[in-house]
Design a protein around this ligand. Structure first.
Ligand code: TRP
Ligand code: SF4
Length: 331
């Protein structure tokens, strides 16, 4: 049986260099939808970036272009998917306004990302803007404008997709059935831990970036945290407790993983040996990514062309949806 083809939408805020955690979880999930022949839309959430980065707004455009280069080098293809800037399609703002009218404040007050950010940063002026509070409403507009059925994202985004679903359900109930209810899709790839054993994240300073120098990556791997119970070469270890092993899970083939697992548990290999096996598998993949990216680095023109083309295709769909929406509301 041929699988059903879905309308898929996802996006990322252009906040800077992507790391292997992004590649192996979210981007590979995007790729599998793209290669499965689904109708995919990938947006650069530059308006969302403005919620926190308005202080340094000029960096957003540059970061957007850099991020699209990462996507393209990873295999996201403008021939198969629509790649565009959120700020290039004003219908996002238009649908946002309309959805805001039916979004209860309580739904946004309960948003875990909002609550966490308030706790983490305190009531700093930077976060006390309406745009930050209404972040999930704009995200709902992103999704619903393209009538997306599947939204492949990282775990941290699940609450936002659920809010989008709630808003879609309410809209449909009040104005008529226009929007499919979007479903979040989580990557099956295991969680990737950073060099200090915490979740890999740019802000923890424990990440391996895709554009990083190969020698620097090798150094980082050599000093990566391992199973802390393995104090000496003679102590057996447990891969499931080892941050470095999370990289084996996504870069090494099965036979190498089995070799490393049993070698670790019986102390027949040391952590250095184990790290060398990882590098053998990981570096060629990163080098391949980097050589594709270097082609795109020669000039921004090709990336700008991709975004111009994407804008055209996205706009067509977005305009059609807005016509339907306005008709449903105002008659
Ligand atoms: N909020 C997402 C992030 O921080 C980015 C995003 C914006 C998004 N709009 C979206 C993700 C729509 C999925 C669907 O990464
Ligand atoms: Fe981790 Fe490998 Fe060392 Fe085991 S041998 S603790 S899996 S680095």
């Amino acid at each position: 049986m041929v699988g059903k083809k879905y309308r898929v939408l996802s996006g990322m805020r252009p906040t800077g260099a992507l790391h292997v955690g992004h590649l192996k979880s979210v981007i590979e999930e995007w790729l599998s939808f793209q290669e499965g022949g689904n109708n995919c839309f990938f947006l650069v959430a530059d308006l969302h970036a403005l919620t926190t980065d308005w202080v340094d707004s000029k960096s957003i455009r540059k970061n957007s272009l850099e991020m699209v280069k990462d996507w393209l080098a990873a295999g996201i293809s403008p021939e198969k998917s629509v790649i565009f800037l959120q700020s290039d399609v004003p219908e996002h703002a238009e649908l946002f306004t309309i959805l805001g009218m039916i979004t209860p404040m309580g739904l946004l007050e309960r948003n875990p990302t909002y609550k966490e950010a308030l706790e983490e940063f305190g009531n700093r002026e930077k976060l006390l803007n309406l745009g930050f509070f209404s972040y999930p409403v704009l995200q709902a507009a992103d999704i619903l404008l393209y009538k997306a059925e599947k939204v492949p994202v990282g775990k941290d985004q699940i609450p936002h997709i659920e809010i989008a679903r709630d808003i879609a359900e309410k809209f449909n109930r009040i104005f008529g059935n226009i929007f499919p209810l979007p479903e979040p899709v989580l990557s099956e790839s295991p969680k990737i831990l950073g060099s200090d054993g915490r979740k890999m994240s740019k802000s923890y300073n424990n990440a391996i970036f895709l554009t990083e120098d190969i020698n620097r990556i090798t150094e980082k791997i050599m000093t990566y945290m391992t199973d802390t119970a393995r104090k000496t070469r003679k102590d057996p270890g447990e891969p499931e407790r080892c941050p470095l092993y999370t990289l084996h899970k996504v870069f090494s083939p099965k036979n190498d993983r089995e070799y490393v697992e049993s070698g670790c548990r019986t102390a027949s290999i040391g952590c250095i040996d184990c790290k060398k096996v990882l590098l053998k598998n990981m570096l060629p993949e990163i080098e391949n990514f980097q050589s594709k990216r270097r082609e795109l680095e020669k000039s921004d023109d090709s990336v700008i062309d991709v975004l111009r083309e994407g804008r055209k295709k996205a706009k067509e769909v977005a305009q059609a949806t807005m016509e339907e929406v306005k008709k449903a509301i105002f008659g």
